[in-house]
Design a protein around this ligand. Structure first.
Ligand code: GDP
Length: 366
């Protein structure tokens, strides 16, 4: 479930973006021999400059990034929740993901038809988001039917019924579940966990622009989108999907030069990946050895033994202690031995909450 689903109307640049992500996957695919390659899923390395800094010190044979899954959910159109096209099937695919990347067309191009006739980011967003709400409404209707039958004999069901009806009242007005007022209640959390409301998911808007707008730092469409995003508390990242596709194949310094020539600081796709990683509540810790310098993905707040389990279950079962060096110390002092000398290597126990960027070495019983 910990993935990002790409949605948006037809012809806004979803496939182009997904192709760029797939290329990023394939560029590192030899590092992930156990990942099956699926046509609509990309397992994408999370850019992290700290890995390069660590590699300069350790000189490993290879570097391995954290990854996140992006899923291409093409096919959402007006009416999807009523079964237009393969609407309902696509909507159920969105239920599986944790974060939505909503691609929005912010470029003019007379040769590329817009399904709604003209370019209008806010209208486009509303079409998609309304379909998500409709889908939530129909899920919730089924749930309420069932709860009504169960409520007679069960207090629990009766309580669930009352929260379900409160949510229903809210979304019936075509408001997203996200703005429902009682979201911190245990009952709501349980309901959301079960139904995985589409209109309650975190959203990143991908503003897809043309080259010129990218170089100029935006355009009117992007400004409108940003204003809207600010109102609803979402993030906007501007990118030119076509350029991202070209960038992915390049070496780091070539890519940098390419971006500089365009007058752009950072790849939009990389920003999206990083933002998504953060929205998923994920962070990385590192292991730094001569064989590999590697980032391991954990959810924020994970304790040392469970972080160790990401490498191997036995590390958790036989966990004794973790040797920990902060990233800053490791880089400032120039590696493990020097950190040890300076007293910057800490021994932490099973309650230690792993921090973003920690360099970890686990001691365990076999
Ligand atoms: P999808 O239907 O949302 O998957 O859209 P596609 O990725 O297939 O893109 C639709 C068309 O728009 C294709 O012809 C793309 O080449 C074109 N396109 C995608 N991104 C851009 C862009 O940033 N600028 C321009 N001018 N065209 C783009």
């Amino acid at each position: 479930g910990l993935g990002v689903g790409i949605v948006g109307l037809p012809n806004v640049g979803k496939s182009t973006t997904f192709n760029a992500l797939t290329k990023a996957q394939n560029a590192e695919a030899q590092n992930y021999p156990f990942c099956t390659i699926e046509p609509n899923k990309a397992v994408v390395p999370v850019p992290d400059k700290r890995l390069d800094e660590l590699a300069k010190i350790v000189n490993p044979n290879k570097i391995q990034h954290s990854t996140i899954d992006f899923v291409d959910i093409a096919g959402l159109v007006r009416g999807a929740s009523k079964g237009e096209g393969l609407g309902n099937q696509f909507l159920s695919n969105i239920r599986e993901v944790e974060v939505i990347l909503h691609m929005v067309r912010c470029f003019d191009d007379g040769n590329i038809t817009h399904v709604e006739g003209d370019v209008n980011p806010i209208r486009d967003i509303e079409i998609i988001e309304t379909e998500l709400i409709y889908s939530d409404i129909s899920q919730l209707e089924k749930k309420i039917e069932k709860l009504k039958r169960q409520a007679k004999g069960s207090k629990e069901a009766a309580a669930m019924l009352s929260i379900s009806e409160a949510v229903y009242k809210h979304i019936e007005e075509l408001q997203p579940v996200k703005t429902f007022e009682d979201k911190d209640s245990e009952l709501f959390i349980a309901l959301d966990k079960e139904l995985r409301f589409l209109s309650n998911k975190d959203v990143i808007y991908g503003a897809n622009v043309d080259e010129d707008s990218l170089a100029q730092g935006g355009n009117d469409y992007v400004n409108t989108l940003k204003a809207h995003a600010q109102e609803v508390g979402a993030d906007v990242i501007m990118l030119c999907a076509k350029i991202e596709e070209e960038l992915v194949g390049l070496e780091d310094d070539e890519a940098k030069e390419f971006l500089t020539d365009l007058g752009v600081k950072e790849s939009g796709l990389e920003q999206i990946i990083q933002k998504a990683f953060d929205k998923l509540g994920l962070q990385s810790y590192f292991t730094a050895g001569e064989i590999e310098v590697r980032a391991w993905t954990i959810t924020k707040g994970t304790k040392a033994p469970q972080a160790a389990a990401v490498i191997h279950n036995d590390f958790e079962k036989g966990f004794i202690k973790a040797e920990v060096i902060s990233y800053e110390d490791f880089v400032a002092l120039g590696g493990e031995a020097k950190c040890k000398e300076a007293g910057k290597l800490r021994l932490e126990g099973k309650d230690y909450i792993v921090q973003d960027g920690d360099i970890m070495h686990f001691r365990f019983n076999t």
